[in-house]
Design a protein around this ligand. Structure first.
Ligand code: DX5
Ligand code: ZN
Length: 221
């Protein structure tokens, strides 16, 4: 596995010129496009759906697209996102009535499957999932909005999930989402994360390249 992946969240990109903005952030060194889907039901905000994912593919975006579903229910969107070019599809287990079935559905459609744990979601939801997930995403803010502050208790949680992953012996990615900045990414990595979502820190910075380079320099420490 590539050691560290930086995944800018397009929630903070310029929607009026999204294709170009995504191109720019990838040219600046990003690894993965993080695609936040909000439904004004599971979370109190509304963003975009499979058509926009397809539009990015049609525009020529080739990087992996990491779809973070903040929607309830989940299953109907899985085939639609797979067909629209998603690479990874993650969902919040409490938003799916049959979590195991949703994971199978994602895999059957040829995507990698992830579960997302909110700040107050206990790790016990992972008990029967460690042999089935490709990715575990820990929310370090409450989902729904970009630009919030990192919740420090996430560090302890990351350490515990890192242990579970190591015990499983499987190549499960440990992704963290919310409030990731250049000045905290090193301690987040030290706690066990290997995939970093960053929205406002990258898209609101004057130079995507400088910010991503600075993050990588922190990760190399
Ligand atoms: C929040 C989203 C995040 C968000 C991160 O619900 O899942 O991906 O865009 O934004 P920042 O990096 O600004 O906290
Ligand atoms: Zn997200």
């Amino acid at each position: 596995m590539q050691p560290f992946l930086i995944a800018p969240s397009i929630l903070s990109a310029d929607f009026a010129r999204l294709g170009d903005d995504v191109d720019q952030v990838l040219a600046a060194g990003a690894d993965v496009v993080h695609f936040d889907v909000m439904d004004n039901h599971y979370v109190p905000n509304l963003t975009f759906g499979p058509m926009l994912c397809q539009a990015l593919r049609d525009y020529g975006i080739q990087a992996p697209i990491d779809v973070h579903l903040m929607v309830e229910p989940v299953d109907a969107l899985v085939p639609q996102f797979a067909e629209a070019g998603a690479s990874i599809i993650s969902f919040h287990p409490e938003a799916s009535r049959h979590v195991d079935r949703t994971l199978q559905l994602i895999k059957q459609h040829g995507c990698e499957a992830g579960v997302v744990l909110n700040p107050a979601t206990p790790l016990s939801v992972l008990d029967y999932l460690m042999d089935k997930v490709d990715l575990i995403l820990l929310m370090s803010v409450n989902p729904g909005f970009g630009g919030q502050s990192f919740i420090p208790a996430t560090l302890q949680k990351l350490k515990q999930v890192r242990q579970l992953i190591d015990q499983s012996g499987r190549p499960i990615r440990l992704e963290v989402d919310g409030g990731v900045k250049t000045d905290n990414i090193a301690e987040i990595a030290a706690a066990g994360a290997d995939m970093f979502v960053a929205g406002s820190a990258i898209f609101n910075s004057p130079s995507y390249r400088d910010t991503i380079d600075a993050m990588r320099a922190e990760l190399a420490k």
